[in-house]
Design a protein around this ligand. Structure first.
Ligand code: HEM
Length: 141
């Protein structure tokens, strides 16, 4: 079944996938994301105190793809995001919902710096797409 909104989302998903492809092709993109994200709030930096950021960057590179595919009801994406929703909940990594706004703005800033085709319309597509999986993850907190 094709859900309401899925068709309208498709174009945003395509644009965001291409944008992500252009950004991630740049070596500095993922380290830059973590630099911005960890600097955005002291409690976020504290959460990653004992994290191997090199490994974390690889995990993130894959999971952002899953987050982008999530709104079109992709089964693999649904599973992957569902797993993140479980690991990040209160009884697990305990990632408070307020942190996700920082995650979105950090990712968008890093994309803006690395995707040469980035503009306001593309930013709107990014925000629209990311919010779907984020809402689902926060709902599980
Ligand atoms: C949609 C947004 C996010 C995605 C896609 C994501 C993805 C992931 C993935 C794939 C992992 C490793 C596997 C796992 O534990 O599930 C992870 C671990 C982690 N995430 Fe997230 N995450 C997101 C948001 C956040 C936010 C907002 C925070 C806030 C601080 C956060 C903090 C962490 C921490 C502390 C770990 C564990 C790191 C370690 O192993 O030391 N994540 N995340």
């Amino acid at each position: 079944m094709i859900k309401d909104g899925t068709i309208g989302m498709q174009e945003d998903i395509s644009k965001v996938r291409l944008s992500y492809g252009r950004a991630i092709a740049k070596q500095e993109f993922l380290p830059r994301f973590y630099e911005i994200f960890l600097a955005s709030d002291p409690s976020i930096a504290r959460k990653f105190e004992n994290t191997d950021l090199k490994k974390q960057q690889e995990l993130l590179a894959m999971s952002v793809n899953m987050v982008i595919l999530f709104p079109q009801e992709n089964k693999i994406a649904k599973n992957a995001v569902g797993r993140i929703r479980e690991s990040h909940q209160r009884s697990g990594l305990n990632i408070e919902p307020r942190f996700y706004g920082f995650w979105i703005s950090s990712l968008i800033q890093a994309v803006a710096e690395h995707d040469l085709e980035f503009d306001a319309a593309l930013e709107a597509s990014w925000r629209k797409i990311l919010q779907v999986a984020i809402d689902y993850i926060i709902e599980g907190y």
